[in-house]
Ligand binder design. Structure first.
Ligand SMILES: [Cu+2]
Length: 116
């Protein structure tokens, strides 16, 4: 176990993942794509964050989200697509929200959004 962990560190995979997820305002889930070794979380993944912007016409929302351990995401500001644009009607910039991502492989789609 310890040996595997050290091997991972040695591969530089973790360092690359950190660079890919830097906090310099990435704008899409593609910026989160970690190393191929990262496990693909299945099912809904819950997170929390603060609304930065809502685009009802486009069905998108920009969130300053907290770290999401299930998919090894650090805190950052990024844009998500609402599975249903109606989900965005009752939230405004500055609201604190809980949300669910569709899955580890469709991590830019929000399936649930709830004002806190
Ligand atoms: Cu993010």
């Amino acid at each position: 176990m310890k040996r595997t962990f050290l091997a991972l560190i040695g591969s530089g995979a973790l360092a690359l993942a950190v660079v890919a997820c830097s906090q310099e305002a990435p704008k899409s889930a593609a910026d989160h794509m970690a190393s191929p070794e990262a496990p693909a979380a299945t099912g809904p993944i819950r997170g929390e964050g603060m609304v930065k912007a809502v685009d009802l016409a486009a069905g998108t929302i920009t969130l300053d989200h907290e770290p999401i351990a299930a998919i090894q995401w650090p805190a950052m500001t990024m844009q998500f697509k609402a599975e249903n644009a109606d989900m965005l009607k009752d939230v405004r910039a500055g609201d604190h929200v809980a949300f669910e991502l569709k899955s580890g492989t469709d991590s830019q789609t929000l399936t649930m959004l709830e004002k806190q």
